[in-house]
Design a protein. Structure first.
Length: 441
């Protein structure tokens, strides 16, 4: 498994981590609050029982007879079976609450007689039920006890626990929603950076904008540095390609012309070798330039401006013929192409059209799926079917096949193919040649 596969989704990891922490915090908080509530309720019950014991002790009449000076059988100690009971014993004598009736509390353990405050003790109720018991042993052997049912503790705790669970559940949902919102807001700069990189790759911008959050700013700076480095490598590669093209094509062309003279190459083998060498040079130049182009971001350039400028320049250049170049390029239509390459391709095609036209040249462009098609038409003689078929053959010197359409068409074809496009020639409705240049949009 790759490192990327091990990392997985940052959004999922952050959400799972946040939800796990929220759940743990809520469970710990629920347990802590439950314990606090249990101690609080138990403390309230103990205080009530202690108050009853104090009242019983203060109500005992002095003397050998076990007797109370007043009635202390107030609710809920007067309801039979309620579990709220009190009992005073001295030897075999016993006084009890109305809730005990004739039964007695079975006190299994009692504090020492020298203690001055009630203490918890173990006891079972008349029906064998568990009780919360508080007992005080007096120095004269009198034992005063008061009890409450366990339900007095668990009932309020159950009700409070349900309310607490509902509250913590609502709090958990709010915290989970906050965690989701926080993760979405926190990762939004990364989504924005991805969109900006997509714009760079599509050619809508050249660099990632510098204003970024502090955590993303170093990444954006490294991306811009990489783009600058690729652009520099592209420029260097294109310079080397241009130098190599000029250094090799001229000697090859000179050698080819020299071999074409009578008697220089009787059997044509040397001319074939020169042609093979020329094709090999152009093939490797095309591969080098293609590698350079794919190593950097492409620039999107609108077609209307360059086409209009080129039309005006060529009209002036062919003013002796009175050539009129009509442009029909929709505004906003753009191609993912280097401006220098676009000028070279359009310049070759429009110049050829102006050279072979009678008076009119038309340049139009339209979108075709993800591509852009630029059509250059003229009203000249055009090319015959055999010439068009010869021009369509790949790897052939176009100027050797059709007079007048020379290196310009070959260069344009190679450049268009480097960008994933192409060049097609056919008859124009104007009567001459139509060149359809397809480039990525």
């Amino acid at each position: 498994m790759t490192a990327l596969g091990q990392i997985g989704s940052l959004r999922r990891r952050l959400l799972l981590g946040a939800l796990a922490l929220i759940a743990t915090a809520l469970v710990v908080a629920g347990l802590a609050i439950g314990l606090i509530l249990a101690r609080f309720v138990r403390g309230q019950i103990d205080q009530r029982l202690d108050a009853q014991i104090v009242s019983l002790v203060s109500g005992l009449e002095p003397g050998p007879t076990l007797r109370l000076s007043r009635d202390l059988d107030a609710p809920p100690f007067d309801r039979p079976g309620s579990g709220w009971t009190w009992q005073v014993t001295r030897g075999s004598a016993r006084l009890g609450s109305g809730s005990l009736g004739e039964r007695a509390l079975a006190v299994t353990s009692a504090p020492q007689a020298d203690e001055d405050r009630p203490r918890p003790a173990d006891a079972t109720g008349p029906r064998g039920e568990a009780l919360i018991l508080r007992v005080l042993a007096l120095p004269d052997g009198t034992v005063v006890a008061a009890s409450a049912p366990r339900a007095a503790l668990y009932g309020p705790l159950r009700e409070a626990g349900l309310a607490l669970a509902a509250s913590l559940g609502v709090l958990g949902l709010c915290l989970a929603a906050g965690a989701v919102a926080q993760v979405r807001l926190g990762l939004r700069p990364l989504d924005r950076l991805r969109q900006e990189l997509e714009s760079v790759r599509a050619g809508r911008r050249e660099r990632v904008p510098d204003p970024q959050p502090a955590e993303v700013r170093p990444l954006a700076a490294e991306i811009n540095a990489l783009l600058d480095q690729n652009a520099a490598q592209l420029a260097q590669a294109r310079t080397h390609v241009a130098n190599l093209a000029h250094g090799l094509k001229t000697p090859l062309a000179t050698l080819s012309l020299a071999l074409s003279e009578p008697g220089r190459d009787p059997d044509g083998r040397l001319s074939q070798l020169v042609a093979q060498l020329d094709r090999g040079v152009r093939h490797h130049l095309r591969r080098a330039r293609s590698a350079a182009l794919t190593g950097a971001a492409r620039i999107r350039i609108e077609l209307a401006g360059p086409v209009a400028d080129l039309a005006g320049a060529l009209e002036r250049l062919h003013a002796d013929k009175g050539v009129r170049v009509t442009c029909a390029v929709p505004p906003g239509l753009a191609a993912a192409c280097d401006p220098q390459d676009l000028d070279e391709m359009l310049g070759n095609l429009v110049d050829n059209a102006c050279t072979w036209c009678r008076r009119a040249v038309r340049v139009s462009a339209e979108g075709s799926g993800s591509d852009v098609v630029v059509a250059i038409e003229d009203d000249g003689p055009g090319l015959g079917p055999e010439a068009l078929a010869a021009v369509a053959q790949r790897g052939r010197r176009l100027d050797e096949r059709v007079p007048g359409h020379g290196f310009g068409l070959a260069i344009t074809t190679e450049l268009a193919e480097l960008y994933g496009g192409g060049l097609a020639l056919d008859r124009s409705a104007m009567g001459g040649l139509r060149a359809r240049l397809r480039l990525p949009g």
